[in-house]
Design a binder for this molecule. Structure first.
Ligand SMILES: C[S@@+](CC[C@H](N)C(=O)[O-])C[C@H]1O[C@@H](n2cnc3c(N)ncnc32)[C@H](O)[C@@H]1O
Length: 344
């Protein structure tokens, strides 16, 4: 069967676009009034990937993202791949592999595949302790150290998923910094998943993602969309944030940040990939700047050059003559657009 070249993000399939094989099945069932056994080639009827297929996909995902898929993830991988098979109308895991790997690296199917393969769980104010530190300690320190007419603050939410971390930072900044107009604030969110980045750009969040946002901040900085269980960040937050696609295995061509969030992503990487990512990330952390990590990242041993303040908080040592916070620059916020090269 020829793949359907039209791309739809995972989970967006509507009936009109379902592959022909599914509508054929339904027709037969109506005629005979007995559901026939699904054709062996139907993606829905597919068993799990074989060991060999698992290995090929695991190698592919590793080359593209740095993520290690263990043999225990066979069911998860099969379920996720099945959705791509259904969307493309391809009937076997091997056929999909051949189709995918022959596509140019900028083909939308690569985005859809990566979006499906990766885990995007996130919500605002995740890890409350960290946000208490951010609001009360970090922002106070930032405000104390910069007293000039134009102050700068640069934050990177690396592997930002749908932007919840970036908007939590924006929300705290809007609440804590009294003279916002005298600040040039950049909160950059990046993720390998284009679908996640596009969702982040909408600045909208469901009730579940909003459940830990304190009521007063919710009222001040978000508005509920009419007839929807969806909240949208107000312009005071969106003007601080910018989102783009980026693979953490590649260096980020950016000026240094005062703070980088790197949470709940390296947990999926092996030591070799963790080292590559940390090297890329720490290169753009200002001396004296902070790195906030997730509880289970497994990178403590790899951060010996950093000062450990908490199990989840590291500081890059100061260099003599270097200011803690990123110096102001005439470069416009978020103006750099690096192409994402997924070809490996
Ligand atoms: C579980 S979410 C974490 C979101 C957020 N940092 C948090 O802690 O709530 C992990 C994100 O990492 C992204 N990711 C995985 N591999 C990546 C890579 N090589 N480069 C950039 N992002 C990646 C995934 O697309 C996913 O959105």
């Amino acid at each position: 069967m020829m793949p359907n070249p039209g791309h739809k993000p995972p989970g967006s399939g509507d009936r009109a676009h379902r592959p022909a094989i599914l509508s054929q099945q339904k027709k037969v069932a109506n005629l005979d009034e007995i559901a026939p056994p699904a054709p062996i080639t139907s993606p829905l009827a597919l068993p799990q990937v074989t060991d060999d297929e698992l290995q090929r996909y695991a190698d592919l995902v590793y080359r593209k993202t740095g993520i290690r898929i263990s043999p225990q993830k066979k069911t998860l991988l099969s379920n996720r791949l099945r959705r791509r098979l259904r969307e493309t109308g391809i009937s076997s895991y091997s056929e999909y592999y051949d189709y995918l790997t022959k596509l140019p690296s900028r083909h939308p199917e690569w985005d859809a595949f990566l979006q499906e393969i990766t885990t995007h769980e996130t919500y605002l104010f995740r890890d409350e302790l960290q946000w208490q530190w951010f609001r009360k300690k970090f922002l106070a320190e930032v405000a104390n150290r910069q007293r000039g007419p134009m102050k700068t603050l640069r934050i990177w939410s690396a592997a930002c998923s749908t932007g919840d971390e970036a908007f939590t930072a924006a929300c705290c900044i809007a609440a804590e910094l009294p003279d916002l107009a005298s600040w040039r604030i950049t909160i950059l969110g990046t993720d390998i998943g284009l679908g996640a980045v596009e969702q982040a750009r909408t600045a909208t969040f469901g009730e579940r993602a909003m459940r830990l946002v304190p009521d007063d901040l919710k009222r001040r900085f978000f508005e509920k969309l009419p007839n929807a269980e969806v909240w949208r960040a107000k312009p005071i937050l969106t003007q601080m944030t910018t989102f783009r696609q980026h693979n953490l295995m590649d260096p980020l061509p950016e000026r240094p940040f005062d703070l980088i969030f790197l949470k709940n992503v390296l947990i999926y990487f092996d030591v070799g990939s963790k080292k590559v990512v940390l090297n890329n990330v720490l290169k753009v952390l200002q001396p004296g700047g902070y790195l906030v990590v997730g509880a289970a990242e497994g990178i403590g041993d790899l951060l010996s050059e950093m000062t450990r303040l908490q199990p989840w908080l590291y500081q890059k040592p100061q260099e003599s003559g270097t200011r803690l916070l990123a110096a102001g620059s005439s470069q416009s916020q978020g103006s750099f657009r690096a192409p994402l090269d997924l070809k490996r």
